[in-house]
Design a protein around this ligand. Sequence first.
Ligand code: SAM
Length: 246
Amino acid sequence: MHTATVSRSLILSMLLLYSWGDEILAGEYVELRQKMVQTIEELVQDTSIYIDKEELDPRVMQAMGKVPRHEFVPETIKPLAYLDRPLPIGQGQTISQPYIVALMTDLMRPHPKQRVLELGTGSGYQAAVLAELTDQVFTIEIIDKLGEQAADRFQRLGYDNVTARVGDGYYGWEEHAPFDAILVTAAASHIPPPLLKQLKPGGRMVIPVGGRFQVQQLVLVEKNKEGKITTHQILPVRFVPLTGEH
Ligand code: SAM
């Protein structure tokens, strides 16, 4: 962790939080977002031994530098939106750490022609990052209120290539399958078989696997052209659990 960068961002965020009575200028968010991107680049270097690369796809980093993360967090913590950490979004849920959002997006190897499924819409931030990089994004959230708020955000911010619904993502979205890539943003005890089925041959899934009180691993799942599945553990992570009836 690069302490100097983190503390500079933290001080700037705290100053903005302190002066929250006055309107924060769009330019200040741009500056914080650029700092967030630098922090991600440094963390990628620090974790290169795990992720086996020194930098992420520049298109992914461009998307991270473009999506207005402050629009995806509650009003009261907007000035903290660009810290590289998860933040509360209500209903006991979180918006994921920007470094993890960037890494998961990079691992699915995004390109414009893809149809992508995300499970765990939450704030809608990860779906918005995907929407900058691919044609069609489908996202499912199990908590009504979060799903509805995210759908409003997609509309307000013009993310019209995102289709959102409320439901249990464990079962995927059969109607729109198969998917080129699937991202799961809540930790599952196992890889849901319906998602494996809905992944295209040649497709990639990124999913945190492990229980709430266990060390979870971010897992890359690949389905080759013949339908054979291989899995690869990337690095330890901490996500809220995938809930639902399964
Ligand atoms: N991707 C989100 C974002 O960008 O803000 C963050 C996701 S948060 C870490 C995990 C989300 O998964 C929570 O909003 C939670 O309600 C949702 N979730 C948990 N179990 C689910 C399920 N079975 N189906 C769909 N969503 C689920």
